[in-house]
Design a protein around this ligand. Sequence first.
Ligand SMILES: [Zn+2]
Length: 319
Amino acid sequence: MSGRRLLPIAPWRLLGGASAALPILMYHRVLDSLDPLQDEVHTTQVLERQFATLSRWFKVLPLDEAVEMLREGRLPARAVCLTFDDGYRDNHDLALPLLQRHGLSATFYVTSGLLNGGVMFHDLIAETVRHAPSGRLDIGVAGVPVVEVSDLASRIRAVAALTPKVKYLDVPQRMACTERMMQALGSRAPRHLMMDDAHVSAMSRAGMGIGGHTVNHQILAKLSDEEAAHEIEQNRQDLASLIDKPLTSFAYPNGKPVVDYNERTIRHVKASGYTHAVSTTWGISTGESQPHELPRFVLNESTPFAIVKRLLRMSVYPA
Ligand SMILES: [Zn+2]
C-alpha cells in the first residue's frame, strides 16, 4: 500500500454537516525570511497570503468549537483550524498580529518548561552548527555523530544528521547534549526564541486558544508512566496559572503514534482533562477520528488557487 487510505474522504465532506471533514493546519516558527538551517518555518509573507485566502474562502474556527461541532455533526462548510506548536516568541510577535488583522483565531501549544528563556534542542543544534568554526564538530555525547562543517551546504547536512539523533536520545544524554551546546555557544546561546509567561497570558486575552505540549518536550512514549503523567499534568497546571480558562487541547511532542506517544500516553492526556489532542499524523479529521489523535498537516501553498486545490486534494488523499 502506498500509505494512502483505502477509503478516501470525498471532497464534498469539506462542505460540512453530518459527515464533514476538518482540516487542522500545523505551524511552528514564523520568521520574516527563511533560514536555511531551519525547517518548519513559515514566512510572514506566506502566512499573510494564507490567512487572506482562509479568511475569505474558508471558515477558520477555534479548535475546541470545531471538534465539538465535528462530533455533533454540525460542522459548517469549509471549516479549517489553525495550530502552532511549541510556544515560540515569534508566534506572539509575528503570527498574532496577522491573525488579528484577518479576524482569525488559532490554538498555540506551549512547552511550559521552555518559557522565559528556554530553547528547543533543534534550535540549539541550528545555532551550534551555524557558529561552529570550519572543521570537525564533535558535541562529545555518545550517540551523537561527529560532523564536518564548512560551507552552508555542509552546515545544512550537519543539522539534518544531528537533529534526528539528538531527538531520540535518552533524557540524561539529551540534557548533556543541551548543556554542551549551550557552553559552546556561550553568549551566542539563543535565549529569546520562546515566549515568556506574559506572552502566553496576552495570547489568551487576545482570544487565542492555549493548549498543552508537556513541560520539557520529551518523547512521551520513551518515559515511564509517572514521568509521562508528570510532563502532561504539570504542564497543564503551569499553563492554567497563566490563563483564565480551562485547557481543552493537547499536542503530543513530535506527535507520531507509537514512536512518540502510545495508548498509555493517551490515557494520561484524558486523565488531565483534555477533551481532544492532536498528533502529527498527516491527514484531515472526520467524525470517525479518535478525538485524542486528530491528524494535521502543513500547508505551504500561498496562492488562493493552490490553497483550495491542496485542501481538496487532502480531502481525497488524506495520507
Ligand atoms: Zn513540539
